[in-house]
Design a binder for this molecule. Structure first.
Ligand code: ZN
Length: 352
């Protein structure tokens, strides 16, 4: 059984069954790299109606990705995560990267603050130099703001991770602690912020409404397919529909698709679930599955198993689930006007 295609679907054929949109979708959150993988991604994106993709591509790979995707790609600046010195990568090093990304047209600067960032120093959460409100990170934000960029942040992580790998609150902070810091920087820099992965809390739509109410400069993207599918499907479809309708104009479509040429060469013994694709066909399924699942979740009233394995089920309950099990995907069938704002108009207004 393949983790990105448990149900042996033909994503290429199924892509034609989605409603015909009169506009191209904008994917504001992806990680595109690798020449061959980018070409495969290009096909999956086109088939699923994606006309423009914003990507967090490592600086050195930007020219290659640009060559393959042309005017269908824009870039979001990221720190050099290949650097062994994490503190410099998100601090002094990032200050030097930002103008380079700007030269490639990047209008968005990413500030990554997933709790696992705190593993890069011995400090506890409360004094960690990796907090979003730490001096070195604020300096980077100032540089990005002066370059005319807006911000994207990864704040929080799934509740399932706070129940398991982040149990040490002294080290990682609690889930609520993440938002205390985030709300502080939302007030310090009042330019637009896109909080990735439904602001890190698809589990708690009330928390998200609170954040959106208090901070008019905050936008959310719906990227991280497995997490979003699992958690949004747990709410009643009418609740999800009410949330997306209420916050129309503040929500953006994103996939968090990660492409890599390693997907074309990795052998089947790789432990990383998603890296198991060992052929171009599997890489295609890996990328296309994200668009199929998100469009099915957002546009349709499908109710059935997700085709994508979700190892988080096993993480929380190893007795009931295997890493290849998947949750129920419950579509919320958004109305056309809400969909259009989510898929295109909001991104166009914010980023063009
Ligand atoms: Zn991402």
């Amino acid at each position: 059984m393949k983790p990105a295609n448990r149900l042996s679907l033909n994503y290429q054929t199924l892509a034609r069954e989605f409603r015909r949109l009169e506009y191209p979708i904008i994917d504001v959150h992806s990680h595109i790299q690798g020449q061959e993988a980018t070409a495969i991604y290009s096909r999956a994106a086109e088939e699923h109606g994606i006309g423009l993709t914003y990507s967090m591509t490592p600086l050195k790979d930007v020219p290659t990705v640009k060559r393959v995707l042309g005017d269908r790609i824009e870039f979001i600046s990221i720190p050099d995560f290949s650097s062994k010195d994490r503190r410099s990568a998100v601090g002094e090093g990032y200050k030097r990267q930002l103008p380079e990304f700007r030269k490639h047209g990047a209008k968005v600067a990413k500030f990554w603050n997933a709790p696992r960032i705190y593993e890069a120093s011995d400090d506890p959460f409360v004094t960690s130099p990796f907090r979003l409100n730490a001096p070195e990170r604020l300096e980077c934000m100032k540089v990005a703001q002066d370059l005319g960029m807006i911000f994207m942040a990864h704040v929080g992580d799934p509740d399932t991770w706070f129940q398991t790998k982040y149990q040490d609150a002294n080290k990682y902070g609690t889930k609520s602690d993440q938002y205390e810091v985030f709300e502080e920087v939302l007030d310090t820099f009042t330019i637009p912020w896109i909080a990735a992965h439904m602001g890190g809390s698809p589990e708690d739509l009330q928390r998200l409404s609170g954040l959106l109410e208090r901070h008019s400069n905050l936008y959310l993207d719906c990227s991280a397919t497995k997490w979003i599918v699992r958690e949004l499907s747990k709410h009643r479809p009418e609740q999800v529909r009410a949330f997306f309708t209420r916050w129309k104009g503040r929500l953006l479509f994103g996939s968090d698709i990660v492409t890599s040429d390693a997907h074309l060469t990795a052998n089947s013994s790789t432990t990383e679930m998603d890296a198991k694709s060992s052929s171009a066909e599997d890489a295609y399924d890996l990328y296309a599955s994200r668009y199929w699942a998100l469009r099915t979740l957002l546009e349709t009233d499908y109710e059935g198993p997700s085709p994508i394995a979700d190892p988080d089920l096993h993480l929380v309950d190893p007795h009931s689930f295997t890493p290849l099990d998947a949750p129920i995907l419950r579509g919320c069938a958004l109305p056309d006007d809400v969909l259009r704002a989510l898929y295109r108009d909001t991104a166009q207004t914010l980023l063009r």
